[in-house]
Design a protein around this ligand. Structure first.
Ligand SMILES: Nc1ncnc2c1ncn2[C@@H]1O[C@H](COP(=O)(O)OP(=O)(O)OP(=O)(O)O)[C@@H](O)[C@H]1O
Ligand SMILES: [Mg+2]
Length: 219
C-alpha cells in the first residue's frame, strides 16, 4: 500500500479508535527494526510496560529477547508518569520531563525507529489548544534533530493540529456492520510518495496485524 514503505527520518501518525490496533501496529514496526539489528525506542503513555510485553508475547513478539528494544514507561503507573497525582493540575513540568528524558534517550541509544503511543495524552496534558500546539511543535523540533523515523499514535479520529505537522497519516478504521466489527486500513497522506488510496481490510490475528492489500473492504 505504501509502494515501498515509509520514507525514513520523518514523522508519521497512526490514527484509530479504541482497540483498533494502534499499539500492535506500532510495536510491529519497531519489532521489524530490532530484528534487523536496529535500536528502537517505544514510549508508552497509557499502557504499563508489563502489560504491553504480555500482550505482545501472545502475538509472537517477545520484546525481552531484544536488548535493543528500549521502552520508556510514561504511563500513569510508570516512573515518568505525566499524569498520576498531577492530574487536573499543572502538567507542564512533567511534559518537559518527558521531552528531556526522550531527548537523552535519543542521544544515548541513537535509535532508527521511535514510537510515542498515544500522543493523545500530550493533548490532555495541555490546558489550551494553543499550549498543545506549542508543545507539539517543540516535540517535533526535538525529534527532527535526530535521524529517526517516528510513529505517533492518536485516538483522535477527526482532523486535528497534528495532521498538518506530520509527513504521513495511516488510519485504522473500524466499522460496525450487522453487529460485527469490520476493520479497514487507509493511507491518508504520505508526503513525497505515491500510495494506494483504497481502504483495505486488515485483521488482528495471533500473528499481529495482517493487511489484505489486494482485497477491497467494500464491494
Ligand atoms: N492475541 C490476540 N489475538 C487476536 N487479537 C488480538 C490479540 N490481542 C489483541 N487483539 C486485538 O487487538 C485489539 C487491541 O489492539 P491494540 O492494543 O493495538 O489497540 P489500540 O488501538 O492500541 O487500543 P487502545 O486505544 O485501547 O490503546 C484487541 O481489542 C483485539 O481485538
Ligand atoms: Mg494502544
Amino acid at each position: 500500500m505504501l509502494k515501498g514503505g515509509l520514507i525514513p527520518n520523518r514523522i508519521y501518525l497512526v490514527k484509530g479508535g479504541p482497540g483498533a490496533g494502534k499499539t500492535i501496529f506500532s510495536i510491529q514496526f519497531l519489532y521489524t527494526g530490532v530484528k534487523n539489528g536496529e535500536n528502537v525506542i517505544y514510549v508508552t503513555l497509557e499502557e504499563p510496560t508489563e502489560e504491553i510485553k504480555e500482550n505482545m508475547k501472545l502475538l509472537g513478539m517477545n520484546l525481552d529477547e531484544y536488548p535493543n528494544f528500549h521502552i520508556i514507561d510514561a504511563s500513569p503507573t510508570g516512573k515518568l508518569a505525566i499524569f498520576g497525582d498531577l492530574f487536573f493540575r499543572d502538567f507542564s513540568p512533567d511534559l518537559q520531563g518527558l521531552r528531556t528524558a526522550l531527548e537523552q534517550a535519543l542521544e544515548q541509544i541513537k535509535p532508527s525507529r521511535v514510537v510515542i503511543d498515544p500522543i493523545t495524552m500530550l493533548e490532555l496534558a495541555a490546558e489550551k489548544e494553543i499550549e498543545y500546539r506549542r508543545n507539539l511543535l517543540i516535540f517535533f523540533q526535538m525529534l527532527k534533530k535526530f535521524n529517526v523515523t517516528v510513529i505517533l499514535t492518536t485516538e483522535r479520529t477527526q482532523e486535528s493540529a497534528e495532521d498538518f505537522l506530520v509527513s504521513g497519516i495511516i488510519e485504522l478504521l473500524n466499522y460496525e456492520i450487522q453487529g460485527k466489527t469490520i476493520r479497514g486500513i487507509r493511507i491518508r497522506k504520505i508526503r513525497g510518495s505515491d500510495f494506494d488510496e483504497q481502504i483495505r481490510p486488515y485483521r488482528i490475528t495471533s500473528q499481529g496485524i495482517e493487511v489484505y492489500s489486494e482485497e477491497r473492504l467494500f464491494t
